[in-house]
Design a protein around this ligand. Structure first.
Ligand code: C2E
Ligand code: CA
Ligand code: CA
Ligand code: CA
Length: 277
């Protein structure tokens, strides 16, 4: 079933009843993970394309079951979204990002950390105040953080989330539209998009050098950045050819396995230190 496809690790379930029971078990596992140590972050560097210099990190959620099995975000993020747990999950990762900022600073590394927020959370009117309280309590300035929101499919969503985003930008927080180019992006909305940064979706980067159409889309997004004052970053850069193709078109920032994979905090610190050594 579609259900089974989405939760691929339940494929052993002999029947639907078992399937539902497993889903409940996994949900209760997710609930307890949210109050324990099994839900944690890894950090992936964002770099300057010209020389690979560290510009910041993105926090990515990781979930380890008590038996040690790792469940990928592609499976637990949708589960958290459909079960109403995504708000708590996002907050857990944001809190850990704030703690990581303190550890990084103590290690002499002062770059912002980007965290991901589900658009269903940003729509909540209370989102802004709750988030502000959380980062103040953690002793973090808004400009040490960057919010990443996936480009939403719905036009109305933008009018509902924009006020929250604008307030954050006014406080110095950067706001990135993640996976830009594959979702909803009408040109009439781009002019008042409440964002500082557009993150070009990996699917376009994958086809650089193979598809002229995709190269033109990338060029168009870079032009949009110039015209409307967005910074542009490319995600999912895996090859030197992709880096060169982007840099030669004027893209300044990137992220991808070519530079570094997401890493636990201690390795991220080592990675950053090796750069300056
Ligand atoms: P995303 O925000 O677009 O994050 C980028 C994903 O691409 C990450 O997958 C990252 O590990 C992977 N990636 C980075 N560079 C490369 C590359 O060069 N090649 C390839 N093949 N992959 C690369 P990950 O960690 O599995 O996360 C998947 C998605 O789950 C994220 O996509 C994001 O939408 C969501 N997610 C992760 N953490 C959170 C969170 O704390 N809150 C929310 N709401 N969503 C999250
Ligand atoms: Ca992201
Ligand atoms: Ca992305
Ligand atoms: Ca993507």
């Amino acid at each position: 079933t579609a259900h089974r496809k989405k939760l691929g690790y339940l494929a052993y379930s002999p029947d639907l009843e078992q399937d539902i029971a497993s889903r409940y078990a996994l949900l209760s596992d997710l609930r307890s993970a949210l109050s324990g140590q099994n839900l944690y972050l890894e950090l992936q560097p964002k770099v300057r394309l010209s020389d690979g210099k560290l510009l910041g990190f993105e926090a990515l959620a990781r979930w380890k079951l008590p038996n040690g099995d790792q469940i990928p975000p592609s499976q637990f993020i949708p589960l958290a979204e459909t079960s109403g747990l995504i708000g708590r999950l996002d907050q857990t990762i944001l809190l850990q990002s704030c703690q990581a900022l303190h550890v990084l600073k103590a290690a002499g590394i002062e770059v912002p950390i980007a965290f991901n927020v589900s658009s269903s959370e940003l729509i909540q009117p209370r989102f802004f105040n709750r988030m502000l309280a959380l980062i103040r309590e953690a002793g973090i300035r808004p400009d040490q953080l960057e919010l990443e929101i996936t480009e939403t499919q719905a036009v109305e969503d933008y009018t509902r989330i924009s006020p929250n985003l604008r307030k954050l930008i006014a406080l110095g927080m950067k706001v990135s539209i993640d996976d830009f180019g594959i979702g909803y992006s009408s040109l009439s909305h781009i002019t008042d998009l409440a964002a500082t940064t557009l993150k070009i979706d990996k699917s376009f980067i994958d086809r650089l050098g193979h598809s002229q159409a995709d190269e033109q889309v990338v060029e168009m997004i870079l032009r949009l950045g110039e015209c409307f004052g967005f910074s542009i970053i490319a995600e999912g850069i895996e090859t030197e050819e992709q880096r060169t193709a982007l840099a030669s078109r004027g893209c300044l920032q990137g992220q991808g396995y070519l530079f570094a994979r997401p890493m636990p905090l201690p390795q991220a610190i080592e990675w950053a230190r090796a750069q300056t050594a």
